[in-house]
Design a protein around this ligand. Structure first.
Ligand SMILES: [Zn+2]
Length: 295
């Protein structure tokens, strides 16, 4: 059974009042020292959601499954057969690794959050955070109300998540509040990307929109993450699948996407060419954003 790591516990706060939390006792419950609210901690993963938020998230997920997956098993199989949606250029991966190695402060264990990520950790001290207790998630939270103290995080990663939160500006403001001065935020923000549920899709931003969103930060870098070819492949895949007779049925639509997704997949490799073209941002699939909180 995994244990809640001390450096993470040290920055966690009550999502309702930002009061400090008592470490989980024998019952696996974190209690707020200020307001008395209690939060479950399952197998070392604290569930730091306010009661209303937890209910809303569960309902949203149920609506998503009811709407998208009416023939559950076959439609789910078709989804699994579909190729990965985007072929990122990988620049953000190398840039983030370099930034994380510089982000470690002297004299205390560093703590970062990777919001909306459930895979392997980007660094041993960058904890995975998501809205559900999925495998590999270190803390369950609402990204619009981060349960951490002001100025406590040494890095935040948030890749392809901002389009799925109801208030993108508030997410960026929360990350700004949570970072220590001088620490960096790393985002991937979609631009020309078809609608995709997870369980809802609210937002896109151009390069100018990204710069406006992160205006409270300094040393802002905005680069194309996935390029014009990823845009074209994804739009063509949807165009061919949506236009198919019977595409209203999730199984037909899912199977068409899996087929066209693989047929069109090689198109994405053309992004190696577009990478060197200065106007690629005009039709980019998504942007990698690296921004520093002012010292
Ligand atoms: Zn509280």
């Amino acid at each position: 059974m995994a244990a809640l790591e001390a450096p993470l516990l040290a920055v966690l706060r009550c999502p309702a009042c930002r009061g400090g939390l008592e470490p989980p006792g024998g019952q696996g419950v974190l209690a707020c020292r200020a307001c008395g609210a209690r939060y479950a901690c399952r197998e070392g993963t604290p569930i730091l959601l306010e009661a209303g938020t937890a209910r809303e998230l569960i309902e949203a997920r149920e609506r998503f499954y009811a709407r998208e997956i009416r023939a559950p098993r076959l439609a789910l199989l078709a989804r699994r057969l579909a190729p990965p949606k985007v072929c990122a250029w990988g620049r953000e991966g190398a840039a983030v690794r370099a930034a994380l190695s510089e982000a470690v402060p002297a004299g205390r264990p560093p703590v970062g959050l990777n919001i909306g990520h459930a895979g392997p950790r980007a660094a041993p001290w960058v904890y995975n955070a998501d809205i559900g207790p999925y495998p590999g998630v270190d803390v369950v939270l609402d990204a619009l109300r981060l349960p951490v103290g002001d100025g406590t995080l040494d890095a935040v990663l948030c890749f392809r998540v901002i389009e799925h939160v109801r208030d993108p500006a508030r997410l960026v403001a929360e990350v700004h509040r949570a970072l220590r001065p001088g620490a960096r935020a790393h985002f991937v923000v979609p631009f020309l990307e078809p609608y995709h549920l997870a369980p809802a899709d609210y937002f896109r931003a151009s390069e100018d929109g990204v710069r406006e969103l992160f205006r409270g930060f300094e040393d802002l870098r905005v680069e194309v993450a996935a390029g014009p070819s990823a845009t074209l492949a994804w739009v063509l895949m949807e165009w061919l699948s949506v236009g198919l007779p019977g595409s209203g049925h999730p199984l037909v639509y899912g199977a068409a996407k899996a087929f066209w997704g693989w047929v069109l997949y090689p198109l994405r490799w053309l992004d190696a060419w577009f990478r060197r073209r200065p106007r690629s941002a005009k039709v980019a699939n998504s942007f990698y954003v690296c921004a520093r909180k002012p010292r």
